[in-house]
Design a protein around this ligand. Structure first.
Ligand code: GLN
Length: 193
């Protein structure tokens, strides 16, 4: 049985666990470095506050082991703050966290008023899905081996590089399972290799 670790330090991790359960996938909450020792098939980094999560990752000695797991190819799905944790570059923040993915993110990019909004857009050619944005970043540039999976108003809001998947929106806050199913397929493809 597949187990996906869900980083459970802060933010919207419970909703990710619910979505995984709906897909019949077992989840394990990751709260300390010891939780990273168990066999995991993938990891979800939830939305929340990237500064707070990044600080906790350092304090709990989880940053380096997580970085190593991701660099060695463990599938990872970062949503919103999780996207910021994975970004190699953040335009308007001097902090970097895991920095494993060749994307440039723009933090709190939609300004205060437009911080939160809801829309529908195509995701990875799978049709339109609901997208909830909460003080969201967007991706302003991607590396040459990074695939753009979704755009809203000309801005990149989902991307994939190898086994790393990110969305600027919160797919766990809507009933639609497309993005989580896509991530589970990434894991299955990796296991099959
Ligand atoms: N604004 C948050 C940050 O900078 C991200 C918001 C979210 O995850 N919903 O980390």
């Amino acid at each position: 049985m597949m187990t996906v670790g869900v980083l459970a330090l802060q933010g919207a991790f419970l909703e990710h666990e619910q979505r995984l359960a709906q897909l019949g996938v077992h989840s394990a909450e990751l709260r300390c470095a010891a939780d990273l020792q168990q066999p995991l098939d993938g990891i979800i980094l939830p939305g929340g506050e990237s500064t707070a999560i990044g600080k906790l990752l350092r304090e709990l000695d989880m940053l380096t082991p997580l970085q190593e797991m991701i660099r060695s190819g463990l599938p990872v799905f970062g949503t919103c703050a999780g996207l910021l944790l994975l970004a190699e570059h953040i335009e308007n923040d001097s902090r970097r966290h895991l920095a494993t993915m060749s994307i440039t993110a723009c933090r709190n990019a939609y300004g205060r008023q437009l911080g939160s909004f809801f829309t529908h857009a195509d995701f990875a050619g799978e049709g339109e899905i609901p997208m909830t944005f909460i003080r969201a970043p967007y991706i302003s540039a991607v590396g040459s081996d990074t695939q753009i999976l979704a755009t809203v108003d000309g801005r990149i809001v989902a991307a994939r590089q190898g086994n790393q998947l990110v969305t600027a929106f919160h797919p766990e806050l809507n009933a639609d399972l497309t993005a989580h199913r896509y991530f589970v397929r990434m894991i299955i493809d990796k296991i099959a290799k």
